[in-house]
Design a protein around this ligand. Structure first.
Ligand code: GTP
Ligand code: MG
Length: 322
């Protein structure tokens, strides 16, 4: 993937059949500024965003795919090769890392869901600190982009957590790029712009905290559910695409809504339902326990056994606590 990216930089979008100067300008204005971005675009999005006919969009995308050498199919062998690039990031808790088979994975989306105060935002802060750390300490020597929808990013917490890890707080803060998202459309746009940031910085972690809060408050009632799910679906796929192209981790948070009609005994279910559930590769359900303890349960993993473990939230951040 990374190799492809470098090679395609030599070819510009004007080199594609069907892209004249005017079209190129329209495409660039809308962020479709290189071959790879075009190659993985959806015809419908491209046509809507750039105002070109869908048929023309399909032709351009196909030309970009050919130029970028991106087939529609990958062989099992190719996927295995790509999977070899998967890196893991520590959560700060050995218990939780073990539950996840070593930590959060690149090329995938991990969703943390649970009620208010269950520790989702604290975990996001901890991941942003950990990703800057050396490989031998479970880090990725890289940077973070945070899409903050609830204005809950606190640099002071980063400073505390960095100190606890023995890393320089100022250097850590410099590696965290935070954008406030003011509504769901803004949030989607920011996720699309992640690629721009990744061209400048070594972004290996994208946090969306919270994934669903804007969608939930803007699209209320039955009539708007389909539209909400469609937008959320597109947003998740944008994030997943980014994670594969840049070999990065996506970590998102989600609240729960009471659904006693669905879950007996455990009256909670994550917002966004199937759409979020099917696109997130790993889902972790957080429950409050005594003092700063939280119970983390892994749900619906493609290849890891379900299970749960205990983590500790404290001044120093996330740990096993014992
Ligand atoms: P919502 O966003 O409201 O859904 O909640 P959340 O799941 O994001 O909760 P969050 O991560 O904000 O967790 C809040 C909890 O973390 C608090 O109840 C505290 O127990 C703990 N916490 C937050 N900051 C500190 C801190 O500085 N020191 C300690 N000891 N605990 C903290
Ligand atoms: Mg929060």
């Amino acid at each position: 993937m990374a190799g492809n990216e470098k090679e395609t930089k030599k070819i510009t979008i004007e080199d594609l059949a069907g892209v004249g100067e005017a079209t190129a300008e329209k495409l660039r204005e809308n962020g479709y500024d290189d071959i790879m971005t075009l190659a993985v675009a959806s015809p419908k999005d491209l046509s809507e965003v750039s105002g070109i006919a869908e048929g023309a969009a399909i032709k351009i995308i196909n030309a970009a795919r050919k130029a970028a050498d991106v087939g529609n199919f990958e062989t099992g062998e190719e996927i295995l090769a790509r999977r070899k690039d998967v890196r893991k990031l520590t959560t700060g808790s050995k218990n939780l890392d073990d539950l996840l088979g070593g930590g959060l994975e690149t090329q995938s989306i991990t969703e943390f869901f649970g009620e208010f105060g269950s520790g989702k935002t604290q975990i996001m802060h901890q991941l942003a600190v950990n990703v800057t750390m050396p490989f031998e300490k479970g880090g990725l020597e890289a940077e973070t982009m945070i899409i903050d929808t609830e204005n809950t990013f606190r640099p002071e917490r980063i400073v505390q957590m960095a100190r606890a890890k023995g890393v320089d707080p100022d250097e850590t803060l410099k590696r965290i790029h935070v954008a406030r998202a003011y509504n769901s459309h803004h949030q989607i746009l920011l996720a699309e712009k992640a690629a721009d940031l990744a061209k400048e910085f070594n972004i290996k972690l994208v946090v969306v905290d919270s994934l669903t809060s804007h969608f939930r408050s803007e699209y209320m009632g039955r009539g708007s559910l389909a539209e909400r799910q469609q937008l959320l679906n597109r947003h998740m796929h944008d994030l997943l695409k980014f994670s594969t192209i840049y070999n990065a981790i996506i970590a998102v948070t989600n609240q729960v809504s009471a659904r006693p009609d669905v879950f007996f005994g455990d009256p909670t279910t994550p917002i966004g339902g199937n759409i979020v559930g099917h696109t997130a590769t790993f889902r972790i359900y957080l429950r409050k326990s005594k003092a700063g303890k939280r119970i983390a349960r892994l749900i619906d993993s493609p290849y890891l056994p379900e299970g749960e473990t205990v983590i500790q939230l404290s001044e120093d951040g996330i740990s096993d606590g014992t």
